[in-house]
Design a protein around this ligand. Structure first.
Ligand SMILES: NC(=O)c1ccc[n+]([C@@H]2O[C@H](COP(=O)([O-])OP(=O)(O)OC[C@H]3O[C@@H](n4cnc5c(N)ncnc54)[C@H](O)[C@@H]3O)[C@@H](O)[C@H]2O)c1
Length: 247
């Protein structure tokens, strides 16, 4: 079966780089009209110019007023959203609870957790009106097994997103809206490449599939969760980690 998202509007936060950009390309290739949202406006614009169509919107998800402005603009320009991919996030490597300041905790939780809450809140009513839709949130391996290299604030934000996802799945279900989380393992995007450095072999040794992940590995799963192929799946956390954790 061919996945055809023609006529669907897909809003992707964090669409200006890494996994979000791969999701933008993949959903666009399946026919969706993509709205790439990012605090990095140039990155979002680059994604849309690479695709050749779509809408790039600058937005700082840590700012509730900016998310309201995002909602108003996107609803005015597109009429509504069918697919919501909450990929934007800050990744932070910190060793030990004492290495995380209150300011760092607040900023990371504001972007990763509250930002996802605000974006879902902004678009859920228009999705309910359509009585159809898919929401994908971004958890992490860190939420499944506890952060080791990533900070405690990062792991906490990603674990909390699982509760958000399941609660929203219960609310969206009667409206035909599925809400699922992906939990990537070690995926080679810019912040992760910096951390992995020349220790790739040490990571690979812990992975049954014997390679680190690529953004496309995650984008393929997001495509599935955004498509009718997954219409009876909601409230799940899909691990994408090469077997590092088998829940
Ligand atoms: N790469 C991995 O190994 C991995 C593993 C597990 C989970 N994740 C999650 O996947 C998602 C994408 O990560 P990535 O690896 O592609 O990293 P990335 O840094 O390439 O992408 C994150 C994007 O979020 C945007 N962003 C950051 N703060 C923002 C804000 N305040 N408002 C709007 N946009 C903001 C960034 O500009 C960037 O484009 C994140 O949620 C991350 O936590 C990644």
């Amino acid at each position: 079966m061919q996945i055809d998202l023609t006529g669907k509007i897909a809003l992707i936060t964090g669409g200006g780089s890494g996994i979000g950009r791969a999701c933008a390309h993949t959903l666009a290739a399946a026919g969706a009209f993509v709205v790439a949202v990012d605090i990095n406006e140039a990155g979002a614009q680059q994604t849309i110019s690479q695709i050749g169509a779509g809408l790039a919107v600058a937005c700082d998800l840590a700012d509730p007023a900016a998310v309201t402005a995002l909602r108003d603009r996107v609803l005015a320009e597109t009429g509504g959203v069918d697919i919501l991919v909450n990929c934007a996030g800050l990744i932070s490597y910190r060793k030990g609870i004492n290495a995380v300041s209150v300011d760092e905790w607040d900023l990371l939780l504001d972007v990763n957790l509250r930002g996802t809450f605000l974006v879902c809140q902004a678009f859920i009513d228009s999705m309910k009106e359509r009585r159809d839709g898919s929401i994908v949130t971004f958890s992490s391996l860190a939420a499944r097994v506890g952060g080791i290299e990533v900070g405690i604030h990062y792991a906490a934000s990603k674990a909390a997103l699982i509760g958000l996802t399941r609660t929203l799945a219960k609310e969206g279900g009667p409206y035909g809206i599925t809400v699922n989380a992906v939990a990537p393992g070690v995926i080679l995007t810019d912040p992760v490449k910096q951390q992995v450095g020349d220790h790739e072999d040490a990571y690979t040794a812990t992975i049954p599939l014997q390679r680190l992940g690529q953004p496309q590995d995650v984008a393929n799963v997001v495509l599935f969760l955004a498509s009718p192929l997954s219409s009876y799946i909601t409230g799940v956390v899909l691990d994408i980690n090469g077997g590092m954790y088998m829940g």
